[in-house]
Design a protein around this ligand. Structure first.
Ligand SMILES: C=C(OP(=O)(O)O)C(=O)O
Ligand SMILES: [Mg+2]
Length: 574
């Protein structure tokens, strides 16, 4: 029977395919005493050998579809299974303590994990903890006879159904077969949603219940435009959505015509529309969509896709590729923004009650300066190949900005002394995403070269509402006058000091927000590459002269987010 599940529209597009449940099974077990140790060891060996066969298959498929680097992690898993120190210890404990294989595996694995995680001065060994955890899960699933989802083995078109997808889960999806995803939790500005938009994968998040509603192999229509998943659709539904998909494709073809045009409003004012990227692989999408620069390169994805801290040379290659690939157009690179919902398996962070308010971004960089300095050296070297700008994430105090700038200057001086070529025109700016900094924007503006407003975090922190929590997603209110006042203050403060202000949060590509931002004089708009042409088309129809007054009303007269949504809608439809 047809069932429609509502959620949050996270990435545009419509897709129809079979459901693939990416759901972690229950791996809990009871401790049992056993009398026949040999039989128990043979059960363990069967589970290990099945896991090993499975890993060979996964590695080969991953290599073909995702590349050598992504496949290497599975080799590391196979090595653990082949390591007699690990498997021998599990067998020994079964014999010595007469316990079941599940208990012994769990004890030995926990022991290895805590030893590896304790090696705080050896990043390589720390990484092995994540591998042991993963491989233990696989063997445990076989011991318990439950199925573990293996997304790397997907070989036909599917829509992934999951409770949640981490950014690294999302990075591993093979676009050839995965046509979209739908999750129980999450919000529009969570990083997996942002990645879905850059991968052009339709996505619906925050449905609350999709993992319970959908069954493996069931047909799903995913409506990423309106935020719905239709399970077991009728012929009529299929026809309706085919029409919607066609209209969307026609609309996109219309926008495509603007690809080689500059972004100019109806009254002849030029604005820069830039794109946000996560990896150098996203560059093609930026060029295909005619962006006038890169306004945010989220470099943490380079760290997340690596098995260890990326070396200076590896980083240099990635940054050079992006800067060079943009052929002289500006590229704003943000230094590593780890923490919150972005993790590195090889850099275990302390368990925190509130990770978004914790040890993250510039706070880590200033504390672990060897990581920060390596990144800055790689960036400085890449600066010789194009128009590089650097910004720091999560700056909350002027002291943090000054400290980060000092480290940058020190690394620059050292490289110049060594005769390394670096650009003398690198602008240094900051993300405006912490309310404390936005309120003091007038003071920061004297010391930075530019601001880039990160509305995803600025809204989360101003409204005190977790950006990834669907239960409070109604508080994601970009047009709320409280947010608009902060944004206006940031833009005006920049302009007073002769600096520029951009926005790289998701709101920069929002149809209601854009007219307000034009009215406030925002200089640069950076968004998912797939939004660039839609926004260029919108700006062509707008006149900044009228919008100044509209923005004034939105900031000074309106009280709610809804008021402002209506205000802009009635202006556009007039
Ligand atoms: C652009 C932003 O950064 P991120 O989404 O990576 O936190 C933001 O916070 O708005
Ligand atoms: Mg942010």
């Amino acid at each position: 029977m047809v069932k429609t599940i509502k959620g949050i529209a996270a990435s545009d597009g419509i897709a129809t395919a079979e459901a693939y449940l990416l759901v972690q099974p229950d791996l809990s077990f009871d401790k049992k005493s056993i009398s026949d140790a040999d039989a128990e060891i043979s059960r363990l060996q069967d589970a290990i050998s099945t896991s090993d066969d499975e890993l060979t298959k996964i590695r080969d498929t991953a290599k073909e579809s995702l590349g050598e680097e992504e496949a290497q992690v599975f080799d590391a898993h196979k090595m653990i299974l082949a390591d007699p120190e690990f498997t021998g210890a599990v067998e020994q404990q079964i014999k010595d303590q007469s316990v079941n294989a599940e208990q012994s595996l769990s004890d030995v694995s926990n022991n290895f994990i805590s030893i590896f995680e304790g090696m705080t001065d050896n990043a390589y060994m720390q990484e092995r903890a994540a591998d042991v955890r993963d491989v233990t899960k696989r063997v445990m699933a076989h011991l318990l006879g439950v199925a573990l989802p293996n997304p790397a083995l997907i070989d036909h078109e599917v829509i992934v159904v999951a409770h949640d997808l981490t950014p690294s889960d999302t990075a591993q999806l093979n676009k050839k077969y995965v046509k979209g995803f739908v999750t129980d939790i999450g919000g529009r500005t969570a990083h997996s949603a942002i990645m879905a938009r850059s991968l052009e994968l339709p996505a619906v998040v925050g449905t609350d219940s999709i993992t319970k509603d959908a069954t493996e192999g069931q047909t799903i229509i995913l409506d990423g435009l309106n935020g719905a998943a239709i399970l077991d659709p009728s012929d009529e539904d299929i026809k309706h959505y085919q029409k919607l998909a066609k209209d969307f494709a026609d609309q996109k073809a219309e926008w495509d015509k603007l690809k080689n045009e500059a972004t100019v409003t109806a009254d002849g004012k030029h604005f820069d529309i830039a794109a946000n990227i996560g990896t150098p692989d996203d560059l093609q999408g930026v060029i295909d969509n005619g962006a006038e620069g890169i306004g945010l390169y989220r470099t943490e994805f380079l760290y997340m896709q690596s098995e260890e801290l990326p070396s200076e040379d590896d980083q240099f290659k990635a940054y050079k590729k992006v800067v060079e690939g943009m052929s002289g157009k500006p590229v704003v690179v943000r230094t590593m923004d780890i923490g919150g919902d972005k993790h590195l398996s090889y850099l275990p962070l302390p368990e925190e009650m509130n990770p978004f308010l914790g040890y993250r971004a510039i706070r880590i960089s200033l504390d672990r300066q060897e990581i920060f300095r390596t990144q800055l050296r790689a960036l400085l070297r890449a600066s010789a190949f194009g128009k590089l700008r650097i910004m720091f994430p999560m700056i909350g105090t002027l002291q943090e900005f000054r400290d980060a700038k000092k480290v940058f200057e020190e690394e620059k001086t050292k490289l110049v002394e060594k005769g390394v070529k670096v650009s003398d025109e690198i602008q240094l700016g900051m993300m405006m995403e912490v309310p404390a900094a936005a309120i003091l924007a007038d003071q920061f503006a004297k010391e930075v070269d530019f601001f880039s407003i990160g509305t995803n975090d600025l809204i989360q922190y101003t409204m005190a509402a977790d950006r990834g929590n669907e239960h409070v997603s109604y508080l994601y209110q970009p047009y709320n006058p409280s947010i608009l006042r902060l944004v206006k203050h940031v833009i005006e403060s920049a302009h007073k000091e002769g600096k520029w202000a951009g926005m790289c949060g998701e709101a920069a590509g929002d149809n209601i927000m854009v007219p307000l931002l034009l009215g406030m004089g925002l200089d640069e708009y950076s968004m998912s590459a797939t939004s660039v042409l839609r926004v260029r088309s919108l700006m062509k129809k707008l006149s900044t002269a009228d919008l100044k007054e509209l923005a004034e009303r939105a900031v000074n007269e309106s009280i709610t987010n809804e008021d402002n949504k209506k205000l802009v809608e009635s202006y556009i439809n007039k």
